[in-house]
Design a protein around this ligand. Structure first.
Ligand code: UDX
Length: 421
């Protein structure tokens, strides 16, 4: 099939590259010509392991353009992969979804043949039917689900493993309201071999939010139990190893520590909380999930204070990305942590294998180094992101506060405190 991908962030770039690998012709549509030039030359516009190789290998099937109407006319499928960031009050910002719906609708007016629009962006339940569809019908003068298809197909890609997650999904979720769109998505995803869970559009949209909200809840639950275990001198990782053996619970996403960051969990839980309130449903558990997550990084400061006065000292930070194998610093737990260290009038020296340039924009006054060794020379070391290379460092004689459970530090550090163990 000929497929347009609107949006060249990690969802759009990964989705397009993986669909090209499945043999489809892909047109990446974006506004950032620098990113488009990179993609056209087989280079990933984002740091995502394995993506460069996939783009390079599939260059013959890939084109890029800033001309969305032209792309819609030349393809039979369009994936909407634009961002849905948070508004200041936590509610979802649908401006990009609204804008591309307008442009796609206008393009459909003059497009011949059937076209299916697939909303892969994370949108609240009801958005495709109450926002995307009416705009496209108005702008095109055509009928949704008859003259053109609209479907939901949320992504479950984790940064750092997104390519593998695409090809080895536990399930593909598709939401359709018409048989033709269902057939198109079945044909597209059957080659993956993953179970296809077909449902309505708004149920599909809710599955995405429920999945992320539950995973975030699981992490905050692990952190609350972890804080309790810390107070009792019990290792929460040992506890969750035993708890996770229950098939109903599973061992995954019980890594207690300093909490979740990233471009998804925080924004999606906040959006669901705001939507629930608007519907008059009090989101008590989700509020607690976010409160626990906000508090978690400060546990490192509390632990550090048990061992030293922080004011005027140099505190080393190992890791700035929100998770390993990513350069993404959105909602990284390093952000509240460094804010707290600044309040305590500590000096900060920080290292991350790939995220320094992104982080520098947020904290230009922090000292950054391209060597983890320099960080070990600080008065204390805080482990914030569990990069594999941090297990190759020599922690002997160091004071280490560990937010991410690095085994070598736990075994070797001169003075060691784990946040939840
Ligand atoms: C998440 C979801 O996992 C994915 O399904 C969805 O499509 C997008 O959002 P992502 O945010 O990229 O993926 O990474 P993930 O591995 O889920 O980690 C998110 C945050 O949770 C990171 O800050 C990570 O450090 C933290 N985390 C994760 C924990 O603190 N403990 C865990 O056990 C797992």
């Amino acid at each position: 099939m000929k497929i347009s991908i609107i949006g060249t962030g990690y969802v759009g770039a990964v989705t397009g590259a993986c669909l090209a690998e499945l043999g489809h012709d892909i047109v990446f549509v974006g506004r950032d010509t620098k990113k488009l030039v990179l993609i056209q030359s087989g280079k990933s516009p984002i740091y995502e392991p394995g993506l460069d190789a996939l783009l390079e290998k599939n260059i013959p099937r890939i084109t890029t353009t800033v001309d969305l109407p032209d792309a819609v006319r030349k393809t039979s499928l369009t994936f909407i992969c634009v961002g849905t960031p948070s508004n200041p009050d936590g509610s979802i910002d649908l401006d990009q979804v609204r804008a591309v719906s307008h442009t796609i609708g206008k393009s459909l007016a003059s497009a011949d043949g059937h076209h299916t629009i697939i909303v892969k962006s994370t949108v609240l339940p009801g958005t495709s039917e109450t926002l995307v569809v009416p705009i496209m019908e108005r702008e095109s003068g055509k009928r949704a689900f008859v003259d053109f298809g609209v479907a939901s197909n949320p992504e479950f890609l984790k940064e750092g493993t997104a390519v593998a997650d695409f090809f080895h999904s536990d399930r593909v979720v598709i939401g359709t309201n018409d048989a033709r769109s269902r057939a198109v998505l079945d044909a597209l995803y059957t080659p993956l071999g993953a179970p296809i869970y077909a449902t309505t559009i708004r149920t599909s949209e809710m599955i995405k939010y429920t999945s992320n909200a539950f995973l975030a809840t699981k992490i905050s639950f692990a952190n609350e139990i972890g804080n309790l275990c810390k107070a009792m001198g019990i290792d929460s990782y040992e506890v969750f190893r035993g708890v996770g053996l229950d098939a109903r619970i599973s061992p995954h996403f019980f890594r207690a520590g300093i909490g979740f960051g990233g471009s998804c969990f925080p924004k999606d839980v906040r959006a669901l909380i705001a939507y629930a309130r608007m519907l008059g449903v009090e989101p008590q558990i989700l509020d607690a999930v976010m409160d626990t997550n906000e508090d978690q990084p400060t546990k490192m400061i509390d632990l550090l204070k048990r061992h030293m006065d922080i004011a005027g000292k140099t505190i080393g930070i190992l890791g700035l990305a929100f998770k390993p194998d990513s350069d993404d610093v959105r909602e990284s737990r390093a952000i509240p942590l460094i804010r707290a260290l600044n309040t305590e009038r500590a000096r900060v020296i920080a290292y991350d294998p790939v995220a320094i340039n992104n982080f520098k924009r947020l904290f230009p006054d922090v000292t950054y180094t391209d060597s983890a060794q320099d960080v070990l020379g600080a008065d204390a070391v805080l482990i914030v992101t569990e990069w594999k290379e941090f297990d190759d460092l020599d922690y002997h004689g160091k004071l280490v506060i560990d937010g991410r459970r690095m085994e070598r530090a736990r075994k070797e550090a001169g003075v060691y405190e784990g946040v939840c163990w």
